[in-house]
Design a protein around this ligand. Structure first.
Ligand SMILES: Nc1ncnc2c1ncn2[C@@H]1O[C@H](COP(=O)(O)OP(=O)(O)OP(=O)(O)O)[C@@H](O)[C@H]1O
Length: 280
């Protein structure tokens, strides 16, 4: 595997003393070039923290994260981030939102008008790819949630990032739109050879998209287990109905529940219901 991102003994703590939270402890992972890795795990197991550290939005307490062998020292256009909430500028049109970061840079001396022209051509191509050409002059509040998220993805892809970091990007979308977005992002990752690190709560989504599913565990946040996905590279929605898919989904869900120490005490619930009925 040609390693793109190397995470080595990564630790991250927040606060100190009794209030100290170990968000990440001893995380080791190599992510390959053009690999699509998905992260799942119980709430608070450090998924977003790890993603933010790769994005350079947080710094590790100890350990290191390198990209192509160089330690990261902050955010970079090579590592674009997409979050659950679209964070588009409501006063800018779709096209202006996509080109916003480029427009901000026009005063930089190392950016030529030719660069801006290339970016404009790429913005047109991305609009087309995302099926947004017909709404290029619309404002965000005139778009559906799925369309807004497509604008946010096009904006992230404009500088041709080598790495795309996605934190529950489709969490707020309905099931049908989410399926469309899955096939779209798989298509983009192949076309652009982007390395994608994707955090989700949806195990089905994690298996469908990922070449590997990393299960994290909480308190302290750490990698619990890694599941290679054996599905054919060219995904098809019907694969979700296959026995292999179902079995892997079941195994991962089971593992997440175990790591979270979650247990539904049905007996207690039944006793409480009976007591309440007797008191009526
Ligand atoms: N800025 C911060 N200050 C203090 N604690 C933080 C901060 N960011 C995260 N944490 C804590 O670190 C732990 C890991 O949080 P993180 O958001 O990374 O988990 P997560 O797996 O993404 O959770 P979820 O699935 O609920 O989004 C949590 O206990 C959280 O409360």
């Amino acid at each position: 595997m040609d390693t793109k991102i190397s995470i080595d003994a990564a630790n991250k703590t927040f606060g100190d003393g009794e209030r100290q939270i170990v968000a990440l402890q001893g995380v080791d992972l190599d992510i390959g070039s053009n690999e699509f890795v998905t992260f799942v795990g119980a709430s608070g197991c450090g998924k977003s923290t790890l993603l933010r550290c790769i994005g350079g939005l947080e710094t590790l307490t100890s350990g290191s994260i390198t990209v192509d062998g160089s330690a990261i020292s902050g955010p970079s256009v090579d590592r674009a981030m997409v979050f659950q909430h679209y964070s588009l500028y409501p006063w800018l049109t779709v096209m202006e939102n996509i080109k916003f970061s480029r427009l901000l840079q026009v005063h930089r001396t190392d950016i030529t008008s030719a660069d801006v022209e290339v970016a404009s051509g790429r913005a047109d191509a991305l609009l087309d790819l995302m099926g947004l050409t017909h709404v290029r002059d619309a404002y965000p509040n005139q778009l559906s949630g799925g369309m807004q998220q497509r604008v946010a993805i096009a904006r992230a892809l404009l500088p041709r990032p080598q790495i795309l970091l996605m934190d529950e990007p489709f969490g707020a979308l309905d099931a049908q739109t989410r399926e469309v977005m899955h096939d779209l992002i798989l298509h983009v990752s192949k076309l652009e050879k982007t390395t994608i690190v994707f955090v989700t709560h949806d195990v089905e989504e994690a298996i469908y998209l990922g070449q590997r599913v990393v299960v994290m565990a909480p308190r302290p946040g750490r990698i619990d287990s890694i599941y290679p996905v054996e599905l054919p590279a060219k995904r098809d929605q019907d694969m979700k109905l296959s026995t292999e898919f179902m079995q892997q989904k079941k195994a991962i869900l089971h593992r997440i529940r175990e790591t979270a120490g979650m247990r539904t005490d049905y007996e207690l619930l039944e006793r409480m219901t009976r007591q309440a009925e007797q008191q009526q």
